[in-house]
Design a protein around this ligand. Structure first.
Ligand SMILES: Nc1ncnc2c1ncn2[C@@H]1O[C@H](COP(=O)(O)OP(=O)(O)OP(=O)(O)O)[C@@H](O)[C@H]1O
Ligand SMILES: [Mg+2]
Length: 298
């Protein structure tokens, strides 16, 4: 059963001039169980609107969303129990302590009373917030508030976790911690959807991505396949002895040589044969996600 299945989903807003803005425009999306999926796109692409629709905070104009086969419009409570969402905007209950906030949310998500304190201890440990357990939420730093938001979303051990820019504006150490947590939750069976503007982060964490622009999906699939599709189709290699007769079509590019690729296996076999034991390193060039992103959203 797919954690998320979105069918022909559209959300329009009226602009002040009375025109229709398609924040989400006929989106179809399905996410493989157990994956870490990146939802990418420029500012205003529609990512957060899509997440609000999945969370049930915003109602769609048309289309449907199912979480593990449950239609969120027909059975919102059952669907929400399977879902954890960390929204883009930091919203914490300022007047309460960290423990009080988490106790309240664990109750809201149906965590049994006798398990709540243990769960709170565990998530505070995971997010390095244990020493702030009795501090008022309003006294936390920005990064700590973001951690509290994540804690709120994972207390009930959701099967599907959505994080909207969880690492925006957080320091390097915390970013690593969030990555570790995302990977660990994923290893424990949680499917993850997250948005980020740090494309290297997406490259490190995601198996698959969806790229949105102007409300529509403009590319989706396995990250490796997309990189392959956009690869420069060339083989780069270094030689121990550079002063040799070169194979036809080989160009010198600084310390490396480049060969336009037609068939990876055949070309590497040809180059290896031509240069005997003279090849020091050899690789095919994969396009970076940043290059792909800029090409597709230009
Ligand atoms: N409540 C609303 N009323 C009117 N327009 C809205 C509303 N919410 C979002 N929009 C518009 O919908 C579009 C998509 O916004 P959204 O917040 O989904 O983008 P995003 O991809 O999350 O961008 P970012 O990377 O900046 O967070 C924008 O043009 C935005 O102004
Ligand atoms: Mg957003």
């Amino acid at each position: 059963m797919n954690p998320l299945q979105i069918t022909n989903l559209t959300k329009t807003f009226k602009t002040p001039k009375g025109e229709l803005l398609f924040a989400v425009n006929d989106v179809n999306l399905s996410i493989t169980p157990g994956s870490i999926h990146g939802l990418l796109g420029p500012n205003g692409a529609g990512k957060s609107t899509l997440i609000s629709l999945i969370s049930g905070i915003t109602a769609p104009t048309t289309g449907s969303i199912t979480l593990f086969g449950i239609d969120i419009a027909k059975n919102p409570n059952a669907a929400k129990a399977l879902l954890g969402v960390v929204p883009q905007e930091v919203v914490v209950e300022m007047a309460f302590t960290v423990e009080e906030v988490l106790y309240y949310f664990s109750g809201m998500y149906g965590v049994p009373t006798n398990e709540r304190m243990d769960r709170i201890t565990n998530v505070l440990n995971d997010l390095d917030l244990s020493d702030k357990r009795h501090a008022k939420a309003k006294s936390l730093s920005g990064g700590m508030k973001r951690r509290l938001m994540i804690a709120k979303a994972i207390l009930h051990k959701p099967k599907f976790l959505i994080l909207d820019e969880p690492t925006a504006g957080v320091d390097v150490a915390l970013r690593q911690k969030i990555w570790d947590l995302v990977r660990r939750l994923n290893n424990e069976g949680t499917t993850i959807l997250f948005t980020t503007h740090y494309l290297e982060e997406a490259e490190q964490l995601c198996e698959s991505i969806t790229l949105m622009n102007h409300g529509a999906v403009i590319k989706e699939g396995k990250l490796k396949d997309i990189q392959q599709e956009f690869s420069k189709n060339s083989i780069h290699f270094e030689l121990y002895d550079r002063d040799v007769s070169h194979a036809l079509g080989v160009l010198s590019t600084g310390s490396e040589f480049e060969f336009p690729m037609t068939n990876l296996a055949e070309d590497i076999a040809m180059l290896t044969k031509h240069y005997h034991g003279n090849i020091k390193t050899i690789r095919s060039e994969a396009a970076s996600l940043e290059q792909i992103f800029l090409t597709l959203t230009a």
